[in-house]
Design a protein around this ligand. Structure first.
Ligand SMILES: *Cc1c(COP(=O)(O)O)cnc(C)c1O
Length: 366
């Protein structure tokens, strides 16, 4: 069976280095907000080309705390609107709701699955305060156009980089182009910890300072609390794991891109719509998502041929029970996407033979 994602194999590549890093943390006697987190923050900020980075507990908190900090700064208020792609993972939208803000779900571009500048413009009202582009599946959003719209209408931009570590647009990395960016290091992400982890990057010193307090009980100085903060810190042990794995992120991304290239050139089946890639460096292929009309039959065929597939994502956010107030909304393209997408295996440890097996299974589907 070609596994969808073999996490054990991914981490086994770095087994000794990860063990050494673990030992370093164990022996340090310091487990929360110490040298590992500080060093990782510096290294990841520099990797992204951003001035600041803050480690937090997970990707959802990275999104939530950034919006929360903008509220503390008086830049946005409860009831303000945030424009977000309707086909994203639910975490992007939960962060909006959690802050008492209103998610405005817009249809994506059908080819890129990312925000469409035209639809963003049409969704702007006098309550709009933030645009939240998600670099979905690993492909960078049209950030130039989005930033132009944001500047023209005086809006903030929060990039959701949970799936796009290292993706670049004309040499600029994601996480450095908006007003702030949120990353997830959930184990299955392109840069994955060995547990939950997340981070925020920004060039804004004020935002940095507020989030730094918010993640630690709203405190800048021990036992002095400026905000009603939370406990959302990146663990020393996870920071140490991430420092090992950050060194290999670019080489792992190259493997993902070369697998994607093989899929794109070798898959030749008129029933299967492949992802559209404009420039290779713009897509880090967290996921390789194709579209097929008869999805269940397709998945069954692949499974019969020894290939595991998954769906990202089966139910649109506006059709979820958690968002019952949105259930009457119709977003035809988003619904079509959720009905037809299938993710093929892609990972830095997928072998050439396994890629061949996937290609053959897809091409033999009728
Ligand atoms: C994974 C993911 C998140 C949330 O990250 P967690 O670390 O799981 O909280 C947010 N947005 C997107 C697009 C994601 O894929």
């Amino acid at each position: 069976m070609v596994k969808f994602l073999d996490l054990e194999k991914i981490n086994a590549q770095y087994r000794q280095e990860l063990k050494d890093a673990c030992e370093r943390v164990i022996d340090s006697g310091w487990y929360i907000l110490g040298k590992e987190v500080e060093n990782f923050e510096e290294e990841f900020a520099s990797y992204c080309g951003a001035k600041y980075c803050l480690g937090v507990a997970n990707g959802l908190d990275a999104l939530t705390l950034t919006l929360r900090a903008w509220k503390e700064l008086g830049k946005i208020n409860t009831g303000d609107e945030v424009i977000v792609p309707a086909n994203t993972y639910i975490a992007s939208v939960l962060a909006i709701s959690e802050n008492g803000l209103v998610p405005v779900l817009v249809e994506p571009n059908e080819k890129t699955y990312n925000l469409c500048p035209e639809n963003v413009k049409n969704a702007i009202t006098n309550k709009t305060k933030v645009i939240l582009p998600v670099h979905l599946y690993g492909l960078i959003s049209p950030m130039r156009e989005i930033m132009d719209i944001a500047r023209e209408h005086n809006l903030l931009v929060l990039e959701d980089c949970a799936q796009s570590h290292g993706a670049t647009l004309s040499g600029e990395k994601c996480g450095s182009m908006g007003d702030a960016a949120a990353f997830s290091f959930y184990p299955g992400k392109n840069l994955g910890a060995l547990g939950d982890a997340g981070a925020i990057t920004t060039n804004d010193p004020e935002l940095y300072s507020i989030i730094k307090a918010l993640r630690n009980y709203g405190s800048h100085k021990k036992y002095e609390n400026n905000f009603l903060g939370v406990n959302s810190r990146l663990d020393e042990i996870q920071a140490a794991m991430l420092r090992v794995k950050l060194d290999y992120l670019d080489s792992e991304t190259k493997v993902r891109q070369s697998i994607a290239k093989r899929y794109i050139t070798e898959i030749n089946n008129s029933s299967v719509t492949l992802p559209t890639v404009f420039k290779e460096e713009e897509h880090v292929f967290h996921l390789f998502v194709v579209r097929v009309d008869k999805r269940e039959e397709f998945q069954q065929h692949l499974s019969d041929n020894g290939v595991q597939t998954l769906i990202h994502y089966p139910i649109a956010i506006h059709k979820q029970q958690a968002y019952s107030e949105l259930n009457t909304k119709t977003l035809p393209l988003t619904e079509l996407i959720h009905e037809t997408v299938v993710s093929l295996p892609i990972s830095p440890v997928l072998s050439e033979d396994e890629v061949t097996k996937v290609v053959e299974a897809v091409n033999s589907y009728q």
